[in-house]
Design a protein around this ligand. Structure first.
Ligand SMILES: CC(C)(COP(=O)(O)OP(=O)(O)OC[C@H]1O[C@@H](n2cnc3c(N)ncnc32)[C@H](O)[C@@H]1OP(=O)(O)O)[C@@H](O)C(=O)NCCC(=O)NCCS
Length: 145
């Protein structure tokens, strides 16, 4: 969708991000901190918040996408892809060579989507989702070019 704008989030986006995303229990002060750290990218259609991507840095240097969520009404329109591409462009500019992500091993849809984004599986971690879930976590990586 041509008219969708992707950009780093601003603190003023906080409430619309919280309305949109599944992490509803996320505290506003944590979200604000992530925004100020430049670790939240949003997709907007006119004034409407329709997608969010969050990332952080493992061990302070390895970029890890932690959350991608697109409003159900706007899925399969390339918006998730656009958010990932925006992040990749930024990371390349900053000199990073790899980006990582992860997802529950037993939920297959995100795996397919990450594989379409050219991420490759690179390992499974057991017990990392305890105590909320017994699911293993599968990790993916992508070489940036
Ligand atoms: C997964 C998600 C982020 C994808 O975003 P999206 O904007 O709908 O995806 P895109 O339009 O960029 O998809 C590009 C291609 O990936 C594939 N794809 C997209 N969603 C898929 C799904 N649920 N299952 C399998 N393949 C999928 C399709 O081939 C699609 O191209 P096509 O529509 O031309 O066939 C979105 O469905 C979502 O928010 N899901 C709920 C949260 C989630 O699972 N997040 C990911 C893990 S944190």
């Amino acid at each position: 969708m041509e008219s969708v704008i992707t950009r780093f989030s601003r603190v003023t986006d906080c409430s619309s991000i919280k309305k949109l995303q599944t992490q509803r229990d996320l505290q506003s002060k944590i979200l604000k901190f992530q925004i100020l750290q430049k670790e939240v990218i949003v997709a907007k259609l006119k004034k409407e918040m329709i997608g969010v991507l969050k990332f952080e840095f493992l061990w302070t240097y390895q970029p890890l996408i932690t959350h991608v969520f697109i409003d159900e009404r706007y899925r399969r329109l390339g918006i998730g892809t656009k958010l990932v591409q925006y992040l990749e462009k930024y990371l390349i500019k900053k000199g990073y060579q790899y980006v990582f992500t992860s997802s529950y091993e037993d939920i297959k849809d995100p795996h397919k989507w990450y594989e379409i984004q050219e991420f490759k599986p690179c390992g499974v971690v057991d017990k990392i989702n305890l105590p909320d879930s017994t699911s293993k976590e599968i990790f993916f990586y992508k070489r940036l070019s």
